[in-house]
Design a protein around this ligand. Structure first.
Ligand code: HEC
Ligand code: HEC
Length: 495
């Protein structure tokens, strides 16, 4: 061999025939010849061909090719080191054997160097071309789910005047929300394969249900009315459900799965529990691809379901309402909006002002511009139990955002309240105008009633609104609806 020179792969071809010089193979070698006269550097005997890897899947490859990649005429024992460019992306190596889960959708250039221990070394470079395996997803969803071209969930515009943001330690990612979307619409999440989250949370109804109570598995019905899922992370109240019994959005997300009446994995009455659901979903090939894509691991756990479902439901934004257009121009919520009618502006003023200033006091609990609910609110006097007259429920202190109580065409997204007892927004305003005690004096009614809705001596609120004023409040509520969320395909059924 020529000594004292650095030379390229092509220059050594006459000594060591190799693939890859001048051809389509991108593998290259470089040799650092030994400075001593007795030792000869190892050479590449059989260059590594380029490899293929799948993002999120296990990758394993012996870059020494069982010790045949390099040869050393002196018979020196070779030691191997491996370098990755631009990044190892989850791969590690032992004695030239590369393994790991590929953690980014990015090609990796791998250089393996063999050293003979006497100052001689040689390298061989090849690439791992990384792709996303979504063959099963494509078979089921066509182009509706495309991991190479994710919908934008994470960076949707939010107006600058929105102050509340409760990410709950689980910020939206495009990948996680995409998995959440599939889960949300998948009836495989119920014991009967007949009920999905979307059965009770309909996109066309602001992700609520026109029925007073919703139908779950095997004739089961929910105890309360379904809630709209709008702007759920833009709220100071961080607990979920009408009675705030779920400590976080994430914890809420797997409760319906385990609810005996809703999706049925209750582990009770002979029904399977969550572990059965995990195994069921793990056997579905598109979930293997999705969970590997999102979590680099196909194992399904409750936490993974919670995070993905919550990312999807949190991503349902509604900020394209006439209220938002007016608020953006007016610079604050109180001045009249130039895109509102006279009645809508009058209704806004009634909504915002407290009763002792001639208003209806709605702002005290449903706070603009989010229209989330005051986390310290008591119940609002609606204490019925759906389909059970004579029973009472004093625990309800949460409301969905008042955005999208109607759809963009003015159609109702009701019925309203936890018991679905108020059919229309007129009924809602009538309720607040003259709050009634349906319990006939049950002390729990007065103990739990928010004191903004009662005066001394258990006087119940009387706003004495005229019919025109009631209509104005209803007209204002109609300005809080967006339109995109009802039709945006990224929120829609991908099946
Ligand atoms: C059978 C009907 C039904 C199914 C199925 C269902 N839900 Fe619900 N959802 C409801 C009802 C009813 C409530 C209110 C329950 C309560 O407060 O007691 C609710 C409440 C919620 C809330 C709370 C919203 C808030 O502002 O507090 C979220 C979030 C939610 N559901 C998401 C989901 C997800 C995700 C799934 C699927 C895993 C799902 N739901 C399945 C009926 C259903
Ligand atoms: C003291 C706090 C408070 C005040 C003031 C208040 N609300 Fe509410 N509101 C609530 C609570 C709590 C709920 C949920 C009650 C339930 O479902 O039983 C609610 C529910 C609603 C709902 C039903 C939401 C749904 O998704 O079904 C509407 C609409 C509503 N309020 C409008 C108003 C209007 C209009 C005013 C002013 C006239 C007003 N509220 C004043 C606390 C309040």
């Amino acid at each position: 061999m020529i000594r004292g020179l650095t030379f390229s792969l092509c220059a050594v071809l006459w000594v060591v025939p190799m693939a890859g010089c001048g051809g389509g193979n991108s593998a290259t070698t470089s040799v650092t010849p030994t400075p001593t006269s007795t030792n000869q550097a190892p050479v590449v005997a059989s260059a590594n061909a380029d490899q293929a890897g799948n993002f999120g899947f296990d990758f394993s490859y012996d870059a020494t090719q069982s010790g045949t990649t390099f040869s050393d005429v002196n018979g020196d024992t070779l030691s191997y080191s491996v370098a990755y460019a631009p990044s190892a992306n989850g791969l590690t190596d032992t004695a030239g054997v590369i393994s790991g889960v590929v953690s980014a959708n990015e090609d990796i250039s791998v250089t393996i160097t063999a050293a003979d221990g006497n100052g001689g070394s040689v390298s061989d470079t090849f690439s791992i071309s990384v792709t996303i395996d979504q063959s099963s997803l494509q078979a089921v969803f066509g182009g509706r789910i495309d991991l190479e071209a994710l919908s934008n969930y994470a960076n949707q515009p939010v107006p600058g005047y929105i102050r509340q943001l409760n990410e709950g330690g689980n910020p939206i990612t495009d990948a996680g929300a995409t998995l959440g979307r599939v889960l949300f619409y998948d009836t495989a999440l119920s014991i009967t394969d007949g009920v999905s989250c979307a059965s009770c949370h309909l996109q066309a109804r602001g992700f609520s249900d026109p029925n007073v109570v919703s139908a779950g598995v095997e004739g089961g019905v929910t105890g309360r009315h379904s809630m709209r899922l709008i702007n759920t992370q833009f709220a100071e109240e961080t607990k979920f459900f009408w009675d705030e019994r779920a400590a976080s959005h994430e914890i809420q997300e797997t409760q319906p799965l385990q609810d005996h009446n809703e999706m049925g994995f209750s582990g009770q009455g002979g029904r399977p529990g969550l572990a059965t659901l995990f195994a069921k979903l793990e056997a579905i090939e598109y979930y293997e691809e999705l969970f590997r894509f999102v979590y680099l691991d196909p194992e399904i756990t409750e936490e993974k379901l919670q995070f993905a479902l919550a990312q999807f439901t949190k991503s349902i934004y509604s900020f394209d309402s006439r209220f938002d257009a007016g608020r953006a121009v007016a610079g604050d919520v109180d001045p009249d909006f130039n895109n509102f009618t006279v009645d809508e502006n009058a209704g806004k003023t009634l909504f915002l002002n407290p009763p002792n200033q001639g208003g209806a006091g709605c702002r005290g609990c449903h706070r603009p511009p989010e229209f989330d609910v005051d986390p310290n609110s008591g119940h609002n006097g609606v204490v019925g139990v759906a389909n059970a007259s004579g029973s009472f429920d004093f625990t309800v202190t949460r409301s969905p955002s008042l955005r999208d109580v109607v759809d963009p065409n003015g159609g109702s997204n009701g019925p309203f309240m936890h018991d679905g007892s108020l059919q229309s927004l007129n009924d809602v305003v009538d309720h607040y105008n003259a709050i009634q005690d349906p319990t006939g004096g049950n002390p729990n009614f007065f103990n739990g009633l928010d004191n903004r809705l009662s005066g001394p001596n258990n006087n119940l609120q009387r706003l004495n609104l005229t019919q025109a004023q009631k209509d104005q409040i209803v007209a204002f509520l109609g300005t809080l609806s967006g339109s995109n969320l009802y039709t945006d395909v990224k929120y829609s059924d991908p099946f």
